[in-house]
Design a binder for this molecule. Structure first.
Ligand SMILES: Nc1ncnc2c1ncn2[C@@H]1O[C@H](COP(=O)(O)OP(=O)(O)O)[C@@H](O)[C@H]1O
Ligand SMILES: [Mg+2]
Ligand SMILES: [Zn+2]
Length: 273
C-alpha cells in the first residue's frame, strides 16, 4: 500500500498548492499546509523570539532608562568635532561585528554634560538591537562597589564571578572613570576587567572627565596600553549641554521655572549626575 498521498489544495493567500499526507500505523495524517503560509509563520515566530531576546538583553544591560528610548537622531552634534564623534559612534555600532573581531575600544574624554554618556548608551543600545549582542553599561563606581561587595562572605557570589560579569559581555561601557577612583583595590579591579576583555578581544568603551595624561595616571600604564591599542579616542571639549539647557530655562519667568523644572537643589542634583 502507498503510504503517501498528494492532492491539489487552495490557499486563500497564496493560491493553489500541492498538499500531502501520510499513513501512520492505523490512520492518515492531516493534509500538509501551504508551504508559503508555513514559512510566513516561521518568520513571525523567529522575529518574535528575536525581539524577546533583545528585550531581555536590554532589560539586563544596565543602560539608564532615560537613555534607553533615545533614537540616533536624538543626538544633535554641537560642532565639527562633535559631528565626527557622532558619526564614528553610529558607524561603530553598525560595524560592531568587525569591531568585535579586533576588540576596538573607545575612549571618550572631556567636560561634563557634553554627551559622552548619551553617545555611549546609543552605541550599546544599537549593538543590542542591530546585532543581538550582549552590551552592558555600568559606571566605574557601581562596578567597583559590585566587585568589592563580593569580599563579603554573605554576598552570594565570588570576586571571580563579579569580575567575569564585566569581562563576558560583547560590549562593556564603563562610564565616569576617574570620578572617585584612586585606591589600589579599585585599580586592580579595573585592570582585571580591562585585561580580561583585552585577552578575549572584547571591546570596551570608557567615558571620563579626565584628560588623557590623568587617565593614564589613574588607570596605570599597563591598563591604558591595553585600551589604547586600536582605540578611537574622542574629545568632548566644549561647554556643558546641561548649562545651555539651564540658560534656556532661565528665559522663562522664575515663578514658572519652579513648576516646570523643579527647585535649584533638584537642578544641582541633576547637574552632578
Ligand atoms: N549633542 C547633544 N544632542 C542632544 N542631547 C545632548 C547632546 N549633548 C548632551 N546632550 C544631553 O545633555 C545631557 C548631558 O549629557 P551626558 O551625555 O550625560 O553628558 P556627559 O556624559 O558628557 O557628562 C543629557 O541629557 C544628554 O542627553
Ligand atoms: Mg556622563
Ligand atoms: Zn498560503
Amino acid at each position: 500500500m502507498n503510504n503517501t498521498e498528494t492532492c491539489n489544495k487552495f490557499c486563500d493567500i497564496h493560491g493553489e498548492y500541492e498538499a500531502s499526507r501520510f499513513f501512520m500505523f492505523t490512520s492518515w495524517s492531516s493534509w500538509s499546509r501551504c508551504l508559503l503560509c508555513q514559512e510566513d509563520d516561521d518568520r513571525t515566530e523567529k522575529n518574535k523570539s528575536e525581539s524577546d531576546l533583545c528585550r531581555k538583553i536590554i532589560e539586563s544591560s544596565g543602560i539608564p532608562k532615560r537613555f534607553l528610548s533615545l533614537s540616533d537622531s536624538s543626538y544633535v552634534p554641537k560642532n565639527t568635532v562633535d559631528d565626527r564623534n557622532y558619526r564614528i559612534c553610529i558607524k561603530y555600532a553598525i560595524d560592531f561585528n568587525k569591531n568585535l573581531e579586533i576588540g576596538v575600544p573607545i575612549i571618550m574624554h572631556g567636560n561634563t554634560g557634553t554627551g559622552k554618556t548619551h553617545l555611549s548608551c546609543l552605541i550599546a543600545r544599537n549593538v543590542i538591537l542591530m546585532h543581538k549582542k550582549y552590551a552592558k553599561f555600568t559606571t566605574a563606581h557601581n562596578m567597583f562597589s559590585f566587585v568589592k561587595s563580593s569580599f563579603n562572605k554573605e554576598a552570594g557570589y565570588t570576586d571571580m564571578e563579579a569580575v567575569s560579569s564585566y569581562t563576558v559581555p560583547d560590549l562593556l561601557v564603563i562610564d565616569d572613570v576617574g570620578v572617585q577612583f584612586c585606591s589600589s583595590t579599585e585599580r586592580m579591579i579595573m585592570f582585571q576587567v580591562i585585561n580580561g576583555r583585552y585577552e578575549n578581544r572584547l571591546p570596551t568603551i570608557i567615558t571620563t572627565n579626565l584628560c588623557i595624561e590623568r587617565l593614564i595616571e589613574v588607570l596605570g600604564e599597563r591598563c591604558f596600553d591595553r585600551l589604547n591599542e586600536h582605540a578611537h579616542i574622542m574629545h568632548f571639549n566644549w561647554e556643558s549641554n546641561r548649562k545651555s539647557m539651564r540658560q534656556t530655562r532661565s528665559i522663562i519667568p522664575i515663578i514658572d521655572q519652579r513648576e516646570v523644572y523643579g527647585t535649584d537643589e533638584e537642578h544641582e542634583h541633576t547637574a552632578m549626575e
